[in-house]
Ligand binder design. Structure first.
Ligand SMILES: Nc1nc2c(ncn2[C@@H]2O[C@H](COP(=O)(O)OP(=O)(O)OP(=O)(O)O)[C@@H](O)[C@H]2O)c(=O)[nH]1
Length: 373
């Protein structure tokens, strides 16, 4: 699942509680909803707090990690993550490792933020903070906050169980990307969100510009309420540590077997799929790409297949350009810009991930590679 970086950060209200336990905020939300945008906002805030951040990876090629501000140092990766099963064990290890770090006289961090993968049910991640004794003794789940993409969420609530679970499970909902829809649409979305989760306050946002004290240090995680939604929350039926098989997990494993076939339950770079028709395709190339060819290819691809492409992102080595080209897409909405220069000793390579339905991997790979300069 993730990468950890101990970047300094965040809001004044969010520090170790009176109990001495470190507060943990879990960020959830469907692919492309704005989780990383919020995380970067937190990490660049002016508050003098020190945050440990645990983020997802899409797969072995590690894009997300590079998109988090300040993630250059002290990065600790776990890429094998299917949140519904293996990750809980990994998360316990990471959190325990974090808790062993010290600043003089106090823990190394004021709080921990976990960004879950966009295809995840946040339940098992939240569970981690209640089932492992060591973790339970030292941390306190502060809130599960769901980011929602105002433009795309209605379709996702129709077709994705994970999207519904993320909303239903949240203590707070950030209705993001309000710039992309009308007031009327916003009201329709809010009514739908409230029907799924009547208790969580909904905050509208653009570029995740919520006041940080609405996200951090809010003491919002309500175990009693969550236990009503999911009675097995603190007492998983198959109890084995780090590997909870609840009714959801069993269901998902079935799909994984379908998707991965012979991968021996190893969720590799391609197959991190929780819904049987969704798959992630990771592409990479160690030669520079022609910037114009690449942009034209991406535009055409999103134009033709944007309906099926839930999410795409990548870091591209463009020939003749010292800076890396970073692109992001959610369906047909594409953003790209040239970001920091490649380091002198850094491996220069192009990486991209496409997550969607009915994607033709061979075709994508051929199109990508044809952009080589
Ligand atoms: N128009 C618009 N775009 C936004 C807003 N917030 C984020 N974005 C863009 O939406 C895309 C996805 O944002 P991220 O923050 O990477 O989303 P994410 O939830 O971390 O995505 P995954 O990690 O892939 O699940 C990026 O291109 C953002 O720049 C917003 O309020 N309005």
């Amino acid at each position: 699942m993730g990468a950890m970086t101990d970047t300094a950060s965040a809001s004044a209200s969010a520090s170790a509680s009176a109990s001495g336990k470190i507060p943990v905020t879990v960020l959830t939300g469907y692919l492309g909803a704005g989780k990383t945008t919020l995380l970067n906002r937190i990490l660049t805030g002016d508050h003098g707090k020190r945050y440990a951040v645990i983020v997802n990876e899409f797969g072995e090629i590690g894009i997300d990690n590079d998109l988090v501000v300040g993630a250059d140092e002290d990065v600790f990766e776990m890429n094998n993550g299917c949140v519904c099963c293996t990750v809980r064990g990994d998360l316990i290890r990471v959190v325990n490792g974090l808790m062993k770090r010290q600043r003089p006289g106090k823990p190394a961090f004021d709080a921990i933020i976990v960004e879950t993968t966009g295809l995840a049910d946040p339940g098992p991640v939240a569970q981690t903070f209640f089932v492992d004794d060591e973790v339970k003794a030292k941390t306190q789940l502060d809130s599960v906050t769901a980011l929602v993409d105002a433009k795309h969420v209605m379709a996702r609530l129709d077709d994705s169980k994970e999207a519904r679970e993320q909303v239903a499970f949240a203590d707070r909902i950030i209705l993001n990307k309000t710039d992309l829809v009308s007031e009327g649409e916003l009201e329709t979305v809010e009514a739908r969100l409230r029907a799924l989760n009547p208790l969580a306050p909904i905050t509208r946002a653009q570029r995740a510009n919520v006041p940080l004290d609405q996200v951090l240090g809010v003491h919002a995680f309500d175990l009693e309420r969550i236990s009503e939604v999911r009675p097995d929350f603190v007492n998983p039926p198959h109890g084995a540590e780090g590997h909870v098989h609840d009714e959801h997990c069993g269901h998902d494993h079935h799909h994984h077997d379908h998707d991965h076939g012979h991968e021996d339950h190893n969720h590799g770079p391609r197959g991190h799929a929780h819904e049987d028709d969704i798959k992630g395709i990771a592409l990479s190339l160690d030669r520079p790409l022609d910037g114009q060819k690449f942009t034209a290819w991406l535009d055409r691809l999103l134009g033709e297949q944007g309906q099926n492409i839930l999410r795409a992102k990548g870091i591209i080595d463009v020939k003749g350009e010292d800076r890396r080209l970073v692109f992001q897409a959610v369906h047909m909405i594409l953003e790209g810009d040239l970001q920091k220069p490649w380091g002198e000793k850094e491996r220069r390579w192009s990486r991209a991930v496409f997550i969607g339905r009915d994607l033709d991997e061979a075709d994508l790979r051929a199109g990508f590679e044809a952009c080589a300069a």
